[in-house]
Design a protein around this ligand. Structure first.
Ligand code: GAF
Length: 394
């Protein structure tokens, strides 16, 4: 549970990678954070509510515009595959399915910007990231948001955070092939220190809600289960399809328009699986609103029960948890967490636990032992705090 690296510590290796791969200095370095979603899962594409925050782990991109139509990419882990060397792409030949490794994220952003009429020049880019890949903390959106923020500035396109949310969503949906919503990039682009981002996904409006866990004697502990997941796999898409079917049968524009008072009637209209998917989304929206109300009225110590209820709903109704996530959540709670839940799209990735600061060691030890006993790979545990959204750092 060490402190995250400072901007200088994280940006240094990216500058070095840039200079050794391309020579000279970049035009600038941009940073965009990963996110933790405090509550409100799979509500974004149902036009509902969510309460994520940007975390103090981030992707950094050093970028320099080129005079031609070539994109060259390298990362501090080597190449765009992580295997060494520079990956070169032709700006005019970007098509879905052809960009190797993580190059799909910058390429997707360029593709989405071009689809909006932004004239993107060739560029050299070096990437470094402190967001653990595949952890469910949105390492891919962090890259996309960093690249989008850099390119809107370098091209003079003048796109604001709301536009960039849609650009990166289009990159994910149309280029990467993941039918995701707007949650992750909204947190990455619009987060602020000491605050959670209360997001209305119908109109993209945002209200920053004070969420200062340390001041309340609490830590938000992340348990990265190391169980790999991908939103381009079928599980995410099938959940989204079930929600769309539910909305259609219930005759509403989106599940945002259904309330828990409508659920008794909905049960008679939907098949049992679709009903449970709908029930998760409807009750999760209400839990987000209740969490915001309680944070304002009483502060973070009082939201534990809502985190627990959210996890149960994802485990039983939406069926997107997995044994490792359930074990992390149950063990953290038994060892003193006030509440815990899986965070993000599910099927792997991370859980979060809201833990009194003096119990973090006990929770950590309990989770590590429980994973050993269950024969699961050792998870990573670390605390996160709400941090700044995407911006230029050099
Ligand atoms: C992933 C997606 F990218 C988000 O859009 C959101 O749907 C989330 O899963 C679930 O809440 O992170």
């Amino acid at each position: 549970m060490t402190r995250p690296p400072s901007v200088q510590d994280a940006a240094g290796p990216v500058l070095n990678a840039f200079t050794s791969a391309f020579g000279g200095a970049p035009d600038g370095v941009w940073r965009a954070p990963g996110r933790v979603n405090l509550i409100g899962e799979h509500t974004d594409y149902n036009e509902g509510f969510a309460l994520p925050f940007a975390i103090d782990l981030a992707a950094y991109v050093a970028v320099r515009v080129r005079p031609d139509r070539t994109i060259r990419l390298v990362s501090t882990h080597g190449g765009a595959e992580g295997g060494g060397g520079v990956v070169e792409l032709d700006l005019d030949g970007l098509t879905r399915g052809t960009s190797p490794g993580w190059s799909v994220y910058p390429a997707g952003v360029v593709w989405a910007l071009a689809a909006r009429g932004v004239e993107v020049p060739g560029f050299d880019l070096a990437l470094g990231s402190t967001v653990p890949v595949g952890s469910g903390l949105s390492s891919s959106h962090a890259i996309e948001c960093a690249v989008a923020t850099a390119l809107t500035e370098l091209t003079g396109a003048g796109l604001g955070a709301e536009d960039l949310v849609l650009v990166t969503q289009q990159a994910e949906n149309g280029f990467v092939g993941a039918p995701t919503g707007i949650l992750d990039q909204s947190a990455s682009l619009r987060g602020a220190p000491g605050h959670a981002v209360f997001l209305d996904c119908r109109d993209q409006s945002v209200e920053l809600i004070p969420f200062d866990a340390p001041a309340a004697g609490l830590a938000v502990l992340v348990v990265d289960t190391k169980v790999a997941h991908s939103h381009a796999d079928g599980g995410y898409a099938s959940r989204r399809a079930a929600c769309e079917l539910g909305a259609e049968v219930l005759g509403v524009e989106a599940l945002r328009d259904v309330s828990s008072a409508d659920l008794a009637e909905a049960r008679g209209l939907l098949d049992p699986v679709t009903f449970r998917r709908v029930r998760h989304v409807v009750t999760e929206d209400e839990r987000v609103l209740e969490t915001v109300r309680i944070l304002r009225a009483e502060g973070p110590r009082a939201i534990g029960g809502l985190l627990d209820a959210s996890h149960a709903s994802m485990r039983d109704d939406f069926e997107i948890s997995c044994p490792e996530l359930d074990l992390a959540v149950d063990t953290a709670r038994a060892a003193g967490a006030l509440g815990a839940r899986m965070t993000g799209g599910g099927f792997g990735g991370s859980a979060i636990a809201l833990v009194p600061t003096d119990r973090t060691g006990a929770v950590r030890d309990a989770v590590l032992s429980a994973f050993s006993r269950a024969g699961f790979a050792q998870p990573d545990l670390f605390s996160v705090s709400p941090a700044d959204g995407a911006r230029r750092v050099i």
